[in-house]
Structure formats: C-alpha cells, structure tokens
Design a protein around this ligand. Structure first.
Ligand code: NAI
Ligand code: MG
Length: 331
C-alpha cells in the first residue's frame, strides 16, 4: 500500500488531477489518495501558496502528483511559487522531462529523448533586486549541485541509449555556465560506456527542432531546461502530452510540464494525457512498471481511436478521454 498526495493547484490542475486520480484508483485500488491544496488561489484565500499542512502531507507521502500552479508575472507581496517551494523543501533537485513521439497520425515521428533539468539553483533562486531603472538577478551555480545532476543524467543515459549531451552557454558565461559544464563532464566521466558530447544552448535549440532524433539524454541548468523542455514538448504534440518527474534522494513529485492554462481552464477540455503520463512515471518510480505500461497502452489506444482533446485537433472533453482510458485499462 502506498500513499499518494494529490495537489490540484490552479486552473486546469482542477481538471487533469481528478482525471489522473480516477485512473490511479482504478489501477491501484488499495492505495491511499490524499488531497492537499496549494497555488495562487490558495494564496489569495489564505495568504499562503503552500500551507504547512500541504507540505507535511507531501513529505509523508510515497509520492506527490501535482497539477499546475499560477504564478503572477508581476511582483506580489508575500507570494512564493508553490511548485518551486515544494521542489526546494523536498530537495527535488532533478527534473526529468521525457519527450517521446507517439505513433499518431499527424504527429512527427523520431523523437525519443530525456531532458534533465537542474532543479535547485541557477536563475530559479529568484534573487532579484531593482534599483530604479536597473534590475539585477542572481544566477547561482554550485559544483555540488552540478555534479549531482550530472550523475543523474549519466545514470539515465546508461539506462537508455548511452548518449549524454551537456547543454550550456559557457562561451558567454565561462565562470557560471563554465562551472556547470565542467562539473557535469567530470561527473559523467565516472560512468563507463557513455558517449558524451556538448552543445551551446542556442545551437542545441536549432538542432532539436531540425534533428531531434540525434539526442538521447540532455542535461542543463534550470532556466535553459525550462525553456527547452517546452520546445521538446512541442516536438511531440504539445504541452498536453508532456510529463515530468521531480526527484530527490528521498522524495518524488510528478507533474505535467504545462501550467494552469488560464485560457482554457474551467471548460472541461484540458488534455489529461500529460497528467496521466506523469502518473505512469510515478507508478514506475514506485515499482509498478506493469501498471504504468497498462496506462500508457490505454492512453495511446484511446488517442489512436480518435478520442482527442482540442489541443490535439479533436473534440473530446477531459472526461471523455479519461473515460476512454479507464475503459481500455483492462486490455
Ligand atoms: P501553460 O502551460 O499553462 O499554457 C500554454 C498553452 O498551452 C496555453 O495555450 C494552454 O491552453 C495550452 N495547454 C497547456 N496545457 C494544456 C493541456 N493539458 N491541454 C490543452 N492545452 C494545454 O503556460 P502559460 O500560459 O505560459 O502559463 C499559465 C500559468 O501557469 C502561469 O501563471 C505560469 O506561471 C503557470 N505555470 C505553472 C507551471 C507549473 O505549475 N509547474 C509550469 C508552467 C507555467
Ligand atoms: Mg515551464
């Protein structure tokens, strides 16, 4: 028996997490599912985007399934991003974002890569200062965090096709990006049988669009990984299909790459696939590879049968796609 903490968050988090919860309840009827609140609406209601109770439930669970949380693009006094706080509090230093082409008509084949994003520092320390018309943001890179993300990426590459690409901008920032590059290369050198290469981030962006099939595992700092992982989602059908895992040495949190999608929230048309594929990663992480496989097969069969949400060119609602997956779980 496992305990899973479900955090819907904001916007379409309220639509895709209940969908994933229904599928999880069908796959693992004995597991305990507990819901906890977090996000911008929670902040506006209670003054806290991540209440202490939520953090406690997340810490006590075997894994967390998180939807999405809104972050305002202007400074709001007292506000801290719930997901970034969770990543820090649970020491979830590795963000794994797989991008896999699905065999669906109209989809481009050939992408099967894993983007590994350093999750604990870089520009996401969010230390910003404003002096009149001048603004300064810190970017923090440490050897320790770069070594540990390098090890995670190397281990993942060995489990896959054995190819690791270090993505950086050390040509312009040789001190900070240079320390990241050097530390990751050093960590990777400890793993025999890896093919290690590097790319400057802008060239990597172009190559990802033109020849995504050349890549296996890519590793990079926080902000670069945030940007390029959405690009990778675009290669394989969009944010509606992109899952992620946030891993530390103790805790694990799984979430779709997408945000709260205020443009479609509340209409019941959000694609639950990214949340379901994140659930598949969660199941694998907790030793349930067979259940994860059943889920992926049921989802693919549903999409192939034409049960698709509007982002994939269809007319299905969140509930209809979820229902189609539930029906096919047994097959
Ligand atoms: P977004 O990912 O929410 O949406 C981008 C576009 O993709 C929108 O047109 C949206 O409708 C579409 N989309 C995303 N997920 C979809 C799904 N499951 N089904 C169908 N269409 C989908 O990114 P955006 O608009 O830049 O950010 C909205 C809010 O979400 C912001 O407040 C942002 O800070 C937050 N955000 C939160 C994240 C998290 O909680 N981890 C990650 C990214 C953004
Ligand atoms: Mg992002």
């Amino acid at each position: 028996m496992k305990t899973i903490c479900l955090i819907e968050g904001d916007g379409i988090g309220h639509e895709v997490i209940p969908a994933a919860a229904a599928v999880l309840a069908a796959l693992q009827p004995s597991w305990k599912l507990i819901s906890a609140e977090a996000g911008y609406d929670c902040f506006r209601r209670s003054g806290e985007s991540l209440p202490a109770r939520t953090l406690e439930l997340a810490r006590g669970a075997d894994a967390v399934l998180f939807g999405a949380a809104t972050s305002p693009s202007v400074p709001v006094a007292g506000f801290r991003s719930a997901i970034r706080t969770l990543r820090r509090e649970l020491d979830l230093f590795a963000n794994l974002r797989p991008a896999l082409s699905l065999p669906l008509e109209g989809h481009r084949p050939g992408t099967d890569l894993l983007l590994v994003r350093e999750n604990s520092e870089g520009a996401y320390v969010a230390q910003e200062r404003r002096y009149g018309d001048l603004a300064i943001a810190d970017v923090v890179i440490t050897r320790a965090a770069s070594l540990r993300i390098g090890e995670v990426a190397a281990r993942e590459a060995l489990r896959r096709r054995g190819r690791l690409t270090v993505v950086h901008k050390a040509n312009v920032l040789p001190v900070s990006q240079g320390l990241f590059r050097q530390s990751v290369l050093e960590a990777a050198a400890g793993f025999a049988g890896l093919e290690i290469e590097e790319r400057i981030v802008d060239a990597a962006a172009m190559e990802l669009v033109m020849h995504p099939e050349r890549f296996d595992v890519l590793v990079m700092t926080n902000l670069l990984g945030d940007v390029l992982s959405d690009l990778c989602a675009g290669l394989v059908g969009g944010l509606g299909l992109a899952p992620s895992a946030n891993l530390g040495t103790v805790h694990a949190l799984f979430e779709p790459v997408h945000g709260s999608a205020p443009d479609i929230a509340g209409r019941g048309v959000a694609n639950p696939s990214a949340a379901l594929l994140s659930l598949a990663l969660l199941l694998e992480h907790l030793g349930q590879a067979t259940a994860a496989q059943r889920l992926r097969r049921a989802l693919l069969a549903s999409l192939q049968a034409g049960v698709r949400t509007p982002d994939l060119g269809g007319q299905a609602t969140t509930d209809q796609l979820t229902g189609a997956v539930l029906e096919r779980l047994g097959t």
